[in-house]
Design a protein around this ligand. Structure first.
Ligand code: KG4
Ligand code: ZN
Length: 370
């Protein structure tokens, strides 16, 4: 049996897999002592998306100062830490390497355990940092790079039920925002514009709706937005922009709800058996940047309540990329003494469920990545 960790066990979390450099100090009991994020949005916005080399260079210049800030705000020093957790992948490899090498240096210098965290596991477990939720739960992971539905059975134990066969949900938001001239990152901008629009104004497709399985598809939806834009001659009134944003958000939400409903039909029969002596309703969790979207959250809440499930999502600031979720995934692994050696490598790709059959009809087993 692993020893129960003391309250004073503090984990430093470092995230650098995309366009945020983020550092946090979190206790294994779930107290966030600091959570600092440097966003590179301004550096990338002239290009309409993240430029990997600019991202890596920016992580290098920011990371040391952010670590100092996170420690200072937490009121601790490196000597007070119990472990260093860092995003090991998946993500833009240059950025991941900056974070990983920094974490290795700290772990070596201070003789601390190193915990290389899967960024997706950071999102998957983030809800347990602020809420009391036990395993198993059904998870919708919707971010800029991913759209997956999984059963979370425990730390490091995931079963993939469905994934996107083309674009990620956040990518669809970002591309739609670009078409509508709403800037980058697109999700929050589309959500804001949609508040003033009519979601029924444009009849956009709901990809894969009514089909069996839990896979997602969004590229046809993005193309349909482009087609409506072109039909209007590329000259949109402000109201057209609001209406197209609202119609897109409604179509994407509708498509996600249809896929999630199929996942509930798989998950619920399993959970009811497994949790027959558990007094609480089965749990559904939405995490990742797109889970900050209120329209999507409202739809998911209704779907869950009609199926007797409790709906959970981290607070919006913990949905988008942050260091606290990496520190927390590290804390979950610290509790079971699951540490890494200093020679681990960075991973550009890293599936949460190594046994999942790939989407896109390839029927290829993902290689187990050690
Ligand atoms: O989880 P995240 O910060 O980074 C990745 O791991 O990808 O997710 C970023 C994505 C972006 O595509 C952004 O547009 C989207 O999340 N996003 C939103 C909202 N806030 C962020 N999408 C829709 N509505 C939002 N409020
Ligand atoms: Zn993320």
């Amino acid at each position: 049996m692993p020893q129960k960790p003391a309250y004073s066990d503090l984990i430093l979390g470092i995230e650098s897999s995309c366009d945020e450099t983020a550092v946090a100090v979190v206790s294994v009991c779930g107290t966030i002592l600091s959570n600092i994020i440097f966003s590179q949005i301004e550096e990338h916005s002239p290009y309409g998306g993240v430029v990997p080399e600019i991202a890596a260079r920016s992580h290098i210049t920011q990371i040391s100062g952010l670590i100092t800030q996170a420690l200072t705000q937490a009121g601790v020093t490196l000597d007070d830490l119990s472990a260093v957790a860092v995003t090991r992948g998946p993500g833009l490899i240059g950025g991941v390497m900056v974070g990983l090498m920094t974490a290795k240096a700290l772990a070596y210098a201070k003789d601390l355990p190193l915990i290389g965290v899967n960024h997706l596991e950071g999102h998957a477990l983030s809800v347990r940092l602020t809420q009391d939720i036990s395993f198993p739960y059904l998870l919708l992971l919707v971010s800029g790079g991913h759209c997956q539905v999984l059963t979370v059975k425990g730390v490091g134990n995931y079963e993939l039920l469905g994934t996107t066969i083309d674009d990620a949900a956040g990518e669809a938001f970002d591309k739609t925002a670009k078409i509508l001239g709403l800037g980058y990152p697109g999700g929050p901008a589309v959500e804001k514009a949609a508040l003033l629009g009519d979601p029924k104004k444009f009849a956009l497709p709901r990809p894969l709706k009514g089909r069996a399985g839990c896979n997602f598809s969004f590229s046809g939806l993005k193309t349909a937005v482009k087609r409506e834009f072109e039909k209007l001659g590329g000259e949109l009134t402000q109201q057209d922009i609001y209406d197209l944003a609202a119609s897109f958000q409604a179509a994407l939400t509708d498509a996600i709800l249809d896929r999630v409903k199929n996942a509930l039909d798989i998950f619920l029969p399993q959970i009811n058996l497994a949790a027959s002596n558990n007094k609480r309703n089965p749990a559904f969790v939405a995490a990742g940047g797109v889970a900050a979207n209120s329209y999507l959250k409202d739809g998911l809440k209704k779907l869950c309540s009609s199926h007797g499930m409790d709906f959970y999502t981290p607070p919006p600031a913990l949905c988008t990329d942050n260091g606290a979720m990496i520190a927390w995934a590290g804390a979950e692994r610290f509790k079971i003494k699951d540490f890494d050696s200093l020679d681990i490598g960075a991973k550009a790709r890293w599936a949460l469920d190594p046994n999942a059959v790939l989407a896109m009809g390839k029927k290829t087993k993902l290689k187990k990545q050690g």
